[in-house]
Design a protein. Structure first.
Length: 302
């Protein structure tokens, strides 16, 4: 039995959902990506701990995926194990007067609606970001003048040896699209958020307003991974790309969105190679014409 199958057997015994050669294009908003060797849906912390220990023992590399809304998966797919959280990681609960404890697998949409119904304000900015709480903490996701940093009290993660660790907001080292979790082999399992009491109808109207602004400006009707590049100091990536005449520029099935130049959209059958080649064209052109270097926000994984 090869190591991958051995870890797959352990996953089976821990009541996880296991599949081999899982097409990652079905798990990314870009609809791009070849198969992962092993894809495991894990339901609770004890199974997660058992699985990480087995992967460590068998020396099987692994990575976690949320909604795949910030990922560009290689055409050859992902070697090793891809973990998706579900079950107990999808729970949300109000704690005390104005806090929410939520599992990392909770979608930001579900979380925003929960907060709205509970009359808790502060999360409206996240409405329309198509990720999970885990992905949003990992990325310090933000929009419309706010970011996760402003509402996080603490986050709990599991290390590769199955230990649970809780970090305070300061320890998470959150800054623009950055957290301490990046570059570390950990699974964020939950987050504790601090919100403010508000009126449900006002919260709802702010959420609807933000979603409308997204619909007006962003190509939500086509597969993408959101903004491709981080905001360069003093500029907007989309504006620079548009100024360079790159709107509508295509490589294969990948195209700079004519609606929002900060987005690359999959117009049908785009490969990871197409997107990477288009990114290179954009970076070279913008550097040459404006002197500004564009750094990728989306994460290329394999
Ligand atoms: C149409 C569209 C609009 C978008 N708008 C915005 C926006 O306004 N603001 C913004 O910030 N982003 C935006 N994004 C990007 C994306 O939605 C966010 O980065 C989001 O936070 C990613 O969450 P995810 O669950 O999809 O993570 P994934 O894309 O699945 O993963 C992203 C990274 O997080 C890691 N990760 C995910 N879950 C965990 C976990 N539980 N533990 C450890 N690591 C984990 C992954 O390993 C990966 O490295 C947009 C994307 C799209 C497609």
């Amino acid at each position: 039995m090869n190591p991958m199958e051995a870890v797959g057997r352990v996953a089976d015994s821990l009541a996880c959902t296991v599949s081999y050669q899982e097409p990652m294009q079905s798990h990314t908003t870009f609809k791009i990506g070849g198969p992962s060797d092993l894809f495991v849906k894990v339901q609770n912390q004890s199974a997660l701990s058992g699985l990480l220990k087995a992967a460590d023992e068998m020396q099987v590399r692994w990575q976690v995926i949320g909604k795949g809304s910030n990922l560009l998966v290689d055409d050859q797919g992902i070697r090793g194990m891809v973990l998706e959280l579900s079950g107990e990681f999808s729970q949300i609960q109000r704690v005390g007067e104005n806090q929410i404890l939520c599992g990392a697998a909770v979608s930001l949409a579900a979380l925003c609606w929960f907060a709205q119904k509970e009359g808790l304000t502060g999360l409206e900015f996240a409405y329309g970001i198509p990720g999970t709480v885990g992905g949003a903490v990992f990325m310090n996701a933000g929009a419309y003048g706010s970011e996760m940093k402003n509402i996080l009290l603490s986050g709990t993660h599991m290390t590769a040896d199955g230990t649970l660790v809780t970090l305070t907001r300061d320890e998470m080292d959150l800054s623009y699209r950055h957290s301490t979790y990046q570059g570390r082999q950990v699974v964020i399992v939950s987050a504790l958020l601090q919100l403010t009491l508000g009126r449900p109808e006002e919260i709802r109207s702010r959420m609807e307003d933000i979603l409308q602004r997204r619909k007006d400006k962003q190509p939500l009707e086509q597969p993408s991974a959101g903004s491709v590049f981080k905001r360069p100091q003093g500029h907007f990536a989309g504006t620079l790309i548009e100024q360079c005449g790159l709107k509508g520029r295509a490589v294969g099935g990948a195209m700079v969105s004519p609606k929002h130049a900060g987005f690359i959209v999959n117009t049908g059958g785009a490969t990871c190679r197409d997107v990477l080649d288009l990114i290179a064209v954009i970076q070279q052109t913008v550097k040459k014409e404006t002197g500004v270097s564009l750094e990728c926000e989306i994460k290329a994984v394999k």
